[in-house]
Design a binder for this molecule. Structure first.
Ligand code: ATP
Ligand code: MN
Length: 465
């Protein structure tokens, strides 16, 4: 008999049919006459209730049916008298696939802290909360592909191993097959990579942007969506050493096109969650964060604030003059701390903010210089609770201006001739951004620690599982 997934079992036309379900036991309770099992198979947050008439089963048979055990039940689907469910299964047969010893299975029914569950990351997808989160994660990945596909962007695969080190000096994980106990060095003590696997120093990518620009200046509009690695030793609730980044890059786009794309894209993804993840969002709204769904609906409706950095600094200075205290100083040229960003987003505007036109000295070399010679066309999208969710910019398309910035900033470009070719041959205005997939998931799920929206988090001192 064909198995029915629990997500499909609540269809009214199935009532009265014999069904076969397979899944993991969440709870069992009852008495000598009747036993109730809540069964979940991961296809939905909902459990199906299975009723065992103890006139037909003996006690010994149900003993191994404990929290975490996997079972197969065949029975009749009937309307339910009980509160909170529309139907239940009257069990006719029971097969046990695997038991879960109650003395050692860590996920007993009482509520666990997220810290505890992080240590059980291999089993936590079996909890309601993490089941919901990882289903939402899937749906958001689909949303991303759907959005770009519908807008004529091509999904382009940029390399994970890279030999260009201009992006995040000091933040890269090296990739080597060299014997670390016996490194070949030159007379200055520098390691010689000639005999390493790639014949030069190689690392895991911190961004696919540079290769994305190559693709955008050929295919027009592209996006990447893949794993990204940063060896930043910042132990925060918003940073991972391995995370997923979405990076669209668009030829012939200017600053307004870029901001429009950022705003439309985020709204599309949030709206997708509201439409496709209803049950899971309702669960998270009830259990984790009562304001979640309202916040998501709000973001889809509101127009994001577009705020030049210089105006942002003025607002912060005015706030300080009026008595607001910040830990870090505010002055034109400073890199905003998260307390400043949060003040603007959560207290001043109470809306997402796209901040633009940053001082050139705090932004990357490839950002397009404004006519003032002081600011660049960079954008950060700042979100309530999350802080920066997107970092993007218009790219400097002029070869000469780009080279000037590279020299001013001492960027090592010796292996970057291929990137400069975009500006040497048929250069065009273009722009793009990077969105941290897990930051988006933090917003959509209402979770507060980034370790809880990726199945197997990698952070300083942690690469378990
Ligand atoms: P932050 O200032 O928050 O450290 P960043 O300025 O280093 O971020 P970018 O280089 O602009 O980030 O990367 C683009 C996007 O990637 C960010 O807006 C953010 O959403 C995400 N991101 C960056 N670093 C991380 C990280 N370590 N873990 C998870 N997401 C990240
Ligand atoms: Mn940034």
């Amino acid at each position: 008999m064909k198995r029915t997934k629990i997500v499909d079992i609540f269809a009214p036309e199935l009532i009265g049919n014999q069904v076969s379900v397979k899944g993991w036991v969440r709870t069992r309770r009852g008495n000598k006459q009747v036993q109730f099992v809540a069964l979940n198979d991961g296809s939905t947050i909902k459990n199906i209730q299975i009723v065992f008439d103890m006139a037909k089963f003996d006690e010994e048979q149900l003993k191994p049916v404990t929290t975490g055990a996997s079972i197969h039940v065949i029975g009749q689907l009937v309307e339910s008298m009980g509160k909170g469910q529309t139907c239940e299964i009257q069990a006719e047969s029971l097969e046990i696939y695997g038991t879960a010893d109650p003395d050692t299975y860590p996920l007993q029914k009482k509520g666990h802290t997220f810290e505890f569950l992080r240590e059980k990351a291999h089993l936590r997808p079996r909890t309601n909360t993490f089941g919901a989160i990882f289903r939402i994660r899937h749906h958001m990945a689909i949303a991303i592909h759907q959005f770009f596909h519908d807008h004529g962007f091509f999904y382009f695969h940029t390399p994970i191993i890279t030999a260009s080190d201009c992006e995040g000096a000091g933040q890269m994980f090296q990739v080597t097959t060299k014997n670390l106990y016996d490194l070949k060095k030159d007379e200055n003590g520098s390691i010689i990579y000639d005999d390493d696997f790639f014949g030069k120093q190689a690392s895991l990518t911190v961004s696919g942007q540079l290769e994305g620009e190559l693709a955008a200046t050929a295919l027009g509009s592209i996006y990447t969506f893949g794993p990204t690695f940063r060896a930043e030793n910042s132990n925060t609730p918003r940073h991972l050493a391995e995370f997923w980044m979405v990076e669209p890059e668009v030829a012939f786009a200017d600053l307004n096109d870029l901001m429009d794309l950022e705003e439309e894209f985020i709204k599309y993804c949030v709206n997708w969650a509201l439409n496709n993840c209803k049950d899971d969002l309702e669960f998270l709204n009830n259990m984790i964060d009562k304001g979640l769904i309202e916040r998501l609906q709000e973001v889809v409706k509101t127009e994001f604030v577009r705020l030049p950095y210089t105006e942002g600094i003025k607002i912060l200075e005015d706030a300080i003059a009026a008595g607001k205290k910040f830990e870090f100083p505010v002055y034109w040229g400073c890199d905003l701390a998260s307390e400043h960003e949060r003040y603007l987003v959560e207290e001043h505007f109470k809306k997402p903010v796209i901040m633009t036109d940053y001082p050139k000295d705090i932004k990357a070399f490839y950002m397009k210089l404004n006519a003032d010679g002081k600011t660049v066309q960079g954008t950060d999208v700042l979100f309530p609770q999350i802080g920066e969710i997107i970092g993007g910019s218009v790219r400097e398309e002029s070869y000469d201006k780009l080279m000037t910035r590279i020299e001013e900033m001492n960027i090592p470009m010796k292996d970057m001739w291929w990137y400069l070719d975009t500006r040497r041959f048929g250069t065009v205005p273009h722009a793009g951004f990077g969105l941290g997939f897990e930051r988006l998931l933090l917003f959509v799920t209402g979770m507060t620690n980034i370790r809880d929206v990726i199945p197997f988090p990698r952070t300083p001192n942690n690469a378990e599982f």
